[in-house]
Each structure stands twice: as structure tokens, then as C-alpha cells.
Ligand binder design. Sequence first.
Ligand code: NFS
Ligand code: SF4
Length: 641
Amino acid sequence: HIHTQRISLDQDFEVLYEKACEAGIETAFSRAKQTPVPCPFGSAGVCCRHCLEGPCRIGLNGKGPQEGICGANGDTIVARNLLTMMIEGAAGHAEHGRETALALLEASEGNSDYQIKGVEKLYQVAAGLGIETSGKAVEDIGKQVALKALEDFQKQTGVMNWLALHAQQQSIHKWNELGITPVNIHLEISKAVTRTTMGCDADPINLLLGCLTMGLVDGFGGLHLSSDLQDILFGVPKLVKSNFRLGVIKKEMVNIAVHGHVPLLSEKIVEWSRKLSGEAKAVGAAGINVVGICCSGNEVLMRHGIPAASSFSSQELVIVTGMLEAMIVDVQCIMPGIQKVAECYHTEVITTLPYVKIAGSTHVDFHTDKADKAAQDIVRKAIANFPKRDHQKINSFTGTVEAYAGFSNEQIIEALSALNREDPLKPLLDAIASGAIRGVAAIVGCTNVREFQDWGNVTVAKELLKNNVLVVATGCSAHSLAKHNLMNMQGLEYCGESLRGVLKAVGQAAGLESLPPTLHMGSCVDNSRPADLLTAVANRLGVEVKDLPAVGSCPETHSPKALVIGTYFLANGVDVHVGVNPQVSGSQFVTDVLCNGVKDDGLNLEKLFGGKLIYEKDPVKAAAILLRRIEEKRLALGLSS
Ligand code: NFS
Ligand code: SF4
């Protein structure tokens, strides 16, 4: 018998969790409750499994062994484990970028099922890369851009093209002086793996510098490269209105969930679900309904207004509605647990990449040159499952929450230019300077099964809004905010008066009632967008990103990807809050470097870059710290208090 307890601020998932528990269906939430206390050594980051002398672990609180068999001390082991997490996060995003680059290359060469839809973005990126565009065909330029992207996985000297494309000069200078500027993505990942192996890097400072390099690899080679190329292939997101919560799953429809991260396949699923709706009607359904999970959900929401069913932590429970014909997954944040839950229903889990399979699931191999065929096969499998529903097991929800999304920088600038055509950023800068907006916060990252779902994300957001901070969001935290009315006009009541005034002024100029209280900027790779927004603001003011009253917050951190994204922002001097233990407490030294500043040693994150890591579990306290940091930066910039 599994004990039921509250798991989510979202009532629908509470209902489904209880249903699952009563039916004896295990989910991540119930498994988490079975091991209520995680391993204390792993939690502190002091467990080393890098060779067969070990595993070794450092005794906690100074008791027991303070070195591994090889002599590695706690500082080295903690820093090395942190770097290992960074590598995992960066590798995932890099692979996302590489696949997108190949897709652009193939589309440009005319041998794939994709075309270039974001022509304007293509010209813009090409110009930034120094590619000659005049008199050239779109496909030609597309090919040049794709080759420049692939160069970032190959070049042996210089700096990454995508870093030079997006970083501020002053930052590049700083990174060069520290020797942390990445040359190419694969080279840096390979080097970082090498330095973490037994008998290599044993200097905690050097290992932490390695973490920063991974942050830069991730930020430029993962996030920016992926977002740019996706915008080129699929178009730049524009304002859309859609819906969140489980009511988006429709009883009368064939329901298909797209889950994962790389939108190459989900774009095609959306397309073919529209084209094949007649076949769904032939089996008695009213049509085909695609819903999003995690970042695949964010991607198709941003570009097509596809409604979103779930963030990371409750992904298994979506199946417990009994109305999902297929869950299609590609890569990252996919719980293997979905398969066992699916076996209790008629749902078919379909994996699509040769390196991401789940035992027991259906596999349909996906490649860009047969994307249409794969998408048709998959949609038809879902249709065929519709008549297999067990009507006794269905839980349907009617409630949905409206949400605006699609806030690319292009969309934000377009909205602002209704107020000032010549200098669109000026209204935003004026609002920040006058103090009507105190600062900017990006609420990013995950939901975590060990946390009360949505609580941290929503609470940090509400606290910041109340204090007139402009809030943008990405990833699963955007799901949390949307579900709780923070992306529709109802949520304006949570904003401080002066922030609400600015949102209304900008929104009304752009033809809306107001801008929503928080702006959905996309998936986790789209953290490139808030980064670019900050860079644009800093450049316009003639300062560095580190000087801006801007913070990042990841209240319900779950993934190493979130940690490495945070590190990218730290390398740019932006304060980053995490609400979940980052597993470094086993080393006072590492904790001090990241969070407190080391007095007499060579590495002090805040002194070097201008920002620091803030670990605070309590979302109200975390928001208070972030507000204080925003005010400190305002003061340093000479802005009104
Ligand atoms: Ni980001 Fe998106 Fe969600 Fe966290 Fe996972 S889906 S890439 S890692 S859990 S936000
Ligand atoms: Fe132990 Fe050192 Fe091997 Fe790690 S690398 S398991 S600390 S001997």
C-alpha cells in the first residue's frame, strides 16, 4: 500500500496521484516517498566512483576518512562531481544543437523533409557570423550557417563561432584571461571528461574553472546555437494564446503527447496530426489532439499554440487520465517509469532516437530525411489505439487555464516598438531607470518530484511580481506559472502597481489588454532568449550584463542541465538561485567559492564575474535575497532607489 500525501499545487495531479496509488500504480512521487531521505554522502557530493579502488566517500562533518584511496580530498571530489554534472547537462544541449545544425544542413541541401521558415532570422544570424548574403539563395546561406555551426564541433583553434556571435566583448576578454574560453564544443566536453577521470585534475580551483567552461559551452553551443537554428528552421515564435492543465486532454479526441526536447519530430507530429484527422474520425474520434509535456511542449506551444499537459515531475500521471493514445518521446527528462504506467492503460510509449530507447516501448526510428513517414506512422499508431481505451479507467478534467506565450525577443521588441519605433528598448530602460520596474528575473528550470510541485516556482514569481520585478520564464517552471494564472490577465493582480502600469502600457500599445504578468520565452535551450535580452539592454546602456539588476532563479531544480545553464549565467555575472540542494555541501571550499566568496584564495565567483550562486530552499526567503541583490545592483548603477 502506498501512502498518499499532497504532491502538487495542481489539484488535477493530486486527483490522479491518489487514483494511481489506489490502483497500485507506482510513479516517481510514490517512489520518492519510499526513500524519503536521499543518501547523505551523495547529497553532499563526497561520493567518488571514478575508479575501481573505490567507491570512496569522505566522512561528513570531519569524521571518518578525509581522503579517498588515491589521496583525493573532499574539495577535489566535490568539485569533480560538480563538473561531471556540468558535462552531462552541456552534452545534452550540445547534442540538441548538433542535430539541429545537421537538420539545417540537410534542409539547405534539399534532401530532407524540412524547409527554412525563418528567413529573416537566417539573414540576421548569417550577418552576425560574417557570412556574405547579397545575391545568394536562401539555401546557400542556410548551408553556410549550418557549416559555421558544425565548425563549433570541430575547430581546433580560436573561439567558438556562437560565443563570438553572442557574447559581450568585455566578457570574452575576462574569460580569455582566465583561460576558460571554449574552442569547440566536443573538444571541451572531451577534455572535461578527461580531467574528471581518476588521476587527472586534482585542483578544486581548476576543476571549478572547468565548470565555468562547461557553462560557456552550454550557453553558447547548446542554448544559443539550438534556439537560433530552430528559429531558422521553424520560424521565430510570435505571441500565441493557448491552454494549460489536464483539461487540455480531450475525451472525444485521439490524444497524442509530445515529450522531450528537440522539436524536429514534434513539429512533424503537429503537422501530421492535422493532416490525418480524417483517419481519426474513421475510428470514432472527433479528431486528433496534440498536447505537450516538458520542453517539447514548450517548443510547440511557442510556435503553434499547442496546449501543455504537464511539466517534468508529473509526466507519468498524464497517462493515468486513461485518455492518452500515445506518448512520443525523443530525448532528455523522460522518466523510464512512463512505460510501466503505460502498461496499465492502452497508452503506447513511442521512442524515436536510436540512443534513447525504453525496454518494452515501441520504437519508431526518426531521421530528418524520413521525418514525414515517421510522423505518419506514429500518428497512425495513436489512432489505432483509440478504440482500445478502457472506459472504466478514464478520468477526464474540464478545467484549463489560458496562457499567453511566444515571447521571443523579436516579439518583445515588436511590442515595445509600438511605444517607440526608433528606439524600442527605451520604454523598458526608462521603466527600469525610474524604478517602475525594479529589475528583471528569469524563473527557469524544472519541477522536481521531491518538491511540492509548482509551489517554489509560483511563490518566487509572486514575490518578485509583488515587488515590481519583470518576470520572464522558460522550461518547466513556465508550466508552473502558466497553470496558476501567471501568464494570463487574471494574474495581473499579483503585480505591484508600477509593474502593472508598465505591462498595461506596453500591452495596450501592442493591441492587447495588457502584457501578461510573466512572459513565456520558451524551452530550456531558449534561456538563450533572456540572455540575449539582457545583452541587448546592457549594450544599449553601455554596461556589462553583470551590472544589470537582473537575476535568475530555478526554485525546483532537478536536472544537471539546469545547473550548467545556471553556470552560464554565473559566468556572465548574473546571480543564480537554486531551490534544491546542488550537492556541494561536502566541501566548504567549493560552497564558499560558489556562494560566499573565498577571502584569501584565487577564486571568488562574485569578485570575478559579479554574481553568485544562492542556494535557498524557502521560496519566500529566496525572493527576498534576489530582491536585495537587485537593489544592490541598482545602487551600483546609480539608479533610483
Ligand atoms: Ni529544462 Fe526541459 Fe523540465 Fe528541467 Fe527537464 S524538461 S530542458 S531540465 S525538467 S525544465
Ligand atoms: Fe577513490 Fe580516488 Fe578512485 Fe575516487 S578516484 S574512487 S577517490 S581512489
